[in-house]
Ligand binder design. Structure first.
Ligand SMILES: Nc1ncnc2c1ncn2[C@@H]1O[C@H](COP(=O)(O)OP(=O)(O)OP(=O)(O)O)[C@@H](O)[C@H]1O
Length: 331
C-alpha cells in the first residue's frame, strides 16, 4: 500500500548574519544552507497495517508524512501510495487518503460541523447512502450528536478532535495519516479516539500511519513501529519484538507498609537494583533486574523472604524507556 524507497528531503534555509544589518544584507545577497530532514528512508506498509512512526522532535516525521500526502516533493527517492505518486497526482492521492494534523483543522471554522461534513461529502463525492450510514456510525461511536450544530471555533479541543477524526474517515479512505491525534486531550477522549481508530481499521481495513509522542497511543493502536532519528530509520519492526528485545529490563513494584523498611536480600545484590518511591500512605520499592540473569518469580520469592509486602506487580519495560535506550546506545 505505501512504498517508500530511499526517500530524501532537503530544505534550503536562508543563511543570515545576526542583527538588522545581517537581515538587510541577506535581502540583496542571499546565501543558502542545506538541511537534510529525511535521509534515505525506505519502508513498505501493507494494506490494513497500523504503524507507529515515532521519533524525537525534529527527527523527520512530519517531513515524511508531508511527502506521503503530496504536500512536499521529495528531493530524491520514490514514494507510492496505493500505486499513486502523491506529489505528481495530488488530486487522486487526496481522494484516497485522510489526515489529522495535530492542531490544524480541515473543518470549516465558522460553519456548524454538520455543514462541514456536507461539504466534505461533496468534495470527496461520497454517495448519499454511504455518507448517511457513515455519519450515523460516527455520531454514535464518537458521540457527535450534540456537536453537529456548533461551529468548529466554539468547540473544545477534545470535541474538535473527535470531529477531525470523523472528517478524516468520512470518505472511507484507503490510508489515514494521523499526526498527534491525541495531543492535549484528557484520558477519556484519548480512549474514545484510540478505539475509533481500531474500529475503523477493523471495519474497513484502513491503513493507518500514526505519529505520536504518546506511547500509550502506540501500544493501543500499532503492532509495528518505525523509529526515525535525524532523518534515518533506527528501527522498523514489531512492537512486541522490540519490547522483548529490551525485556532484559523488567521491574517488580513491591508495596510496603509505611512502617516497614525495605532491604534487598543478599542473593539479589549483584543481580538487581532497587529504588524507593515514597507516597502518603504507602511506600513502593521498585526492583529492576535483567530477565536473562534472573527470573521475576525468583526476585519475588527472595524479596518476600525478608520483607513485609502488602502488594506487588510486575512491569514490562515502557516503550519510552526502550526508545531512549535505542537513541543512547543503538540496537
Ligand atoms: N519548512 C522547513 N524549512 C526548513 N527546515 C525545516 C522545515 N520543516 C522542517 N524543517 C527541519 O527539518 C527537520 C525535520 O523536521 P520535521 O518537522 O520533519 O520533524 P518531526 O519529526 O516532525 O518533529 P516534531 O516531532 O517536532 O513535529 C528539523 O530539523 C526541522 O527544523
Amino acid at each position: 500500500m505505501i512504498h517508500v524507497t530511499n526517500l530524501e528531503k532537503e530544505y534550503l534555509l536562508v543563511k543570515r548574519d545576526p542583527g538588522l544589518r545581517g537581515a538587510f544584507k541577506s535581502l540583496f545577497n542571499r546565501k543558502y544552507e542545506k538541511k537534510t530532514a529525511v535521509k534515505g528512508v525506505s519502508f513498505h506498509i501493507q494494506r490494513g497495517e497500523m504503524v507507529g512512526y515515532i521519533g524525537s522532535n525534529g527527527a523527520g516525521k512530519s517531513t515524511t508524512i508531508k511527502m506521503l500526502t503530496g504536500i512536499l516533493t521529495p528531493s530524491s527517492g520514490e514514494v507510492k501510495v496505493n500505486g499513486i505518486i502523491p506529489y505528481k497526482q495530488r488530486k487522486e492521492n487526496a481522494k484516497q487518503i485522510g489526515a489529522v494534523f495535530g492542531q490544524r483543522t480541515q473543518l470549516f471554522w465558522d460553519i456548524p460541523v454538520r455543514e462541514s461534513f456536507d461539504l466534505l461529502k461533496e468534495i470527496y463525492e461520497v454517495p448519499e447512502e454511504q455518507f448517511n450510514e457513515t455519519m450515523e456510525l460516527f455520531t454514535d461511536v464518537l458521540q457527535l450528536d450534540a456537536l453537529l450544530g456548533i461551529p468548529v471555533r466554539q468547540l473544545s479541543l477534545g470535541q474538535k478532535m473527535r470531529c477531525e477524526l470523523a472528517a478524516a474517515f468520512i470518505h472511507r479512505p484507503e490510508v489515514v495519516y494521523l499526526d498527534e491525534p491525541t495531543i492535549g486531550l484528557d484520558v477519556a477522549v484519548k480512549v474514545k479516539i484510540r478505539k475509533f481508530i481500531r474500529d475503523m481499521n477493523e471495519k474497513w481495513g484502513t491503513t493507518v500511519l500514526l505519529t505520536t509522542h504518546d506511547m500509550q497511543d502506540i501500544e493501543e493502536i500499532c503492532s509495528r513501529i518505525i523509529i526515525i532519528d535525524q532523518g534515518t530509520i533506527l528501527y522498523d519492526g514489531g512492537l512486541n519484538e522490540i519490547k522483548e528485545r529490551f525485556s532484559a529490563k523488567r521491574e517488580v513494584h513491591f508495596e510496603l507498609d509505611q512502617m516497614q523498611p525495605f532491604a534487598l536480600p543478599e542473593p539479589l545484590r549483584h543481580l538487581a537494583d532497587w529504588r524507593l518511591e515514597e507516597g502518603e500512605s504507602m511506600n513502593k520499592a521498585i526492583v529492576s533486574f535483567s530477565n536473562d540473569q534472573i527470573k521475576g518469580s525468583d526476585v519475588i520469592a527472595e524479596v518476600l523472604k525478608e520483607n513485609k509486602i502488602t502488594d506487588l506487580s510486575i512491569q514490562d519495560p515502557k516503550i519510552e524507556t526502550i526508545i531512549e535506550e535505542i537513541y543512547n546506545q543503538g540496537l
